[in-house]
Design a protein around this ligand. Structure first.
Ligand code: DSN
Length: 420
């Protein structure tokens, strides 16, 4: 099979060998290993080219047509293309494409809608939420009165009745849905109803599932939620960065919260990369890709469970799985992550719901299939990946065996080249 894309590093090769060597080594690590971190992806040549281009050089505080610097007529074209494509992709009334990353996008959404000290609700980090969803060590838990909801202890699923009951008690200004480690579909319509019932602003952070929403394999909340944030580099398969979509009534407040409220000059080269990624996501084959992510996830989940691993909620509906390595293999997440890493398989240690261990050394790992689907792997390859994983976990203390598996993983990956 031919590699799809080529990296151009001719200048660095001649002029900055240490950085050239490091970039090539990282490309080789990505190509030779099985990447299971569900928040990562591989971008196209178009995205890479836009990211390495001269809009990087321009200051453009403000928005198209209203900048604080001269010379922005071309940057306006780029930013307007990104905005128009994003609105079309998700059916958004308004889009801001300047957010630098996920946490700042969430910060801007909170700044736009709440006063410091206001109450909002988000899912606990240890049960699938994110630091910026109200964790006490994060700005979101320090500046606001964060009341966290949890999962049902029996099912490990969202309990919408319990969330409604809690919301009636705490009367939040805003309720946040959308998660970083929840393997099941989210009933966004139910969240809208809960917010309407308690008079809360209805917000989602769809960073993990944005590509699935755009590709039609997960409910897209954008048309009926007040505010939706997402990073652009996960399942959406764009450059590192974020965007905010909202109803027209929040448009001015969101834009002002991003700039001048929070950021200075936007990163125009990244905005160009976002525009490229949104065009790609509007193409029909993106839907096939999104479908394949979920098919791969389900196939991998079945195989892992058949081989004796416990998956949180006993499976998955989306791109990710949480594996309880402690109860299945007597291996805490940190050791499981390391064993897999030594075998050329990359994942991250992760708490499982109601974990008794710390996030630094939790009971499980989080895995997912976006990169594997991007590389063209299908259900039958997921069985092979699951086999490699189980072999590595079963040989966690045996470095020689893990090295042997790493060699086989490399051979397997060579069948799915991506960057030359
Ligand atoms: N760090 C991201 C993730 O891996 O899910 C969330 O921001």
């Amino acid at each position: 099979m031919e590699a799809k894309y080529e990296m151009h590093l001719e200048f660095l090769k001649e002029n900055d060998k240490p950085i050239f060597d490091a970039i090539v080594a990282e490309k080789e690590r990505q190509m030779d290993g099985i990447e299971l971190i569900p928040s990562e992806n591989l971008v196209s040549q178009g995205v890479l080219e836009a990211m390495g281009s001269v809009p990087n050089n321009k200051y453009s505080e403000g928005y198209p047509g209203k900048r604080y610097y001269g010379g922005n007529e071309v940057i306006d074209i780029i930013e307007n293309l990104a905005i128009d494509r994003l609105k079309k992709l998700f059916g958004a009334e308004h889009a801001n494409v300047q957010s630098l990353s996920g946490s700042p996008a969430n910060m801007a959404a909170y700044f736009a809608t709440m006063e410091i000290g206001d109450t909002f609700m988000g899912l606990k980090l240890t049960e699938g939420g994110h630091l910026s969803h109200g964790h006490p060590v994060n700005f979101s838990g320090k500046l606001y009165h964060s009341v966290q909801y949890g999962l049902d202890k029996e099912t490990e699923l969202l309990d919408y009745d319990a969330i409604l009951k809690q919301a009636k008690e705490v009367k939040p200004k805003l309720i946040l849905s959308g998660y970083t480690a929840y393997p099941r579909n989210i009933d966004f319509k139910r969240f809208r109803e809960i917010c309407d019932e308690v008079g809360a602003i209805c917000m989602a952070d769809i960073a993990h599932i944005a590509g699935l929403c755009a590709g039609g394999v997960h409910e897209n909340p954008v048309p009926y939620f007040d505010i939706v944030t997402t990073t652009t580099h996960k399942t959406l398969r764009g450059p590192r960065g974020a965007v905010i979509m909202c109803k027209e009534e929040f448009a001015e407040k969101i834009d002002k919260a991003v700039f001048p409220g929070l950021q200075g000059g936007p990163h125009a080269h990244t905005i160009a990369g976002k525009a490229v990624a949104f065009k790609e996501a509007l193409e029909p084959d993106f839907k096939d890709y999104a479908k394949q992510i979920v098919k791969n996830s389900k196939a991998m989940a079945e195989e892992l469970m058949a081989q004796g691993l416990r998956l949180v909620t006993n499976g998955t509906d989306n791109h990710l799985m949480l594996v309880d390595t402690l109860s299945s293999k007597d291996l805490p997440g940190k050791k499981a992550e390391r064993a897999l890493e030594l075998a050329g398989i990359y994942c991250n240690k992760n708490t499982i719901p109601f974990d008794k261990r710390s996030p630094w050394d939790p009971s499980g790992i989080r895995i997912g299939t976006p990169v594997l689907a991007t590389r063209g792997m299908k259900e039958s390859e997921m069985k092979e990946v699951a086999n490699f994983m189980v072999q590595a976990l079963d040989n966690a203390g045996n470095e020689a065996k893990l090295k042997e598996i790493k060699g086989k993983v490399k051979e397997f990956c060579a069948g799915f080249p991506f960057y030359k």
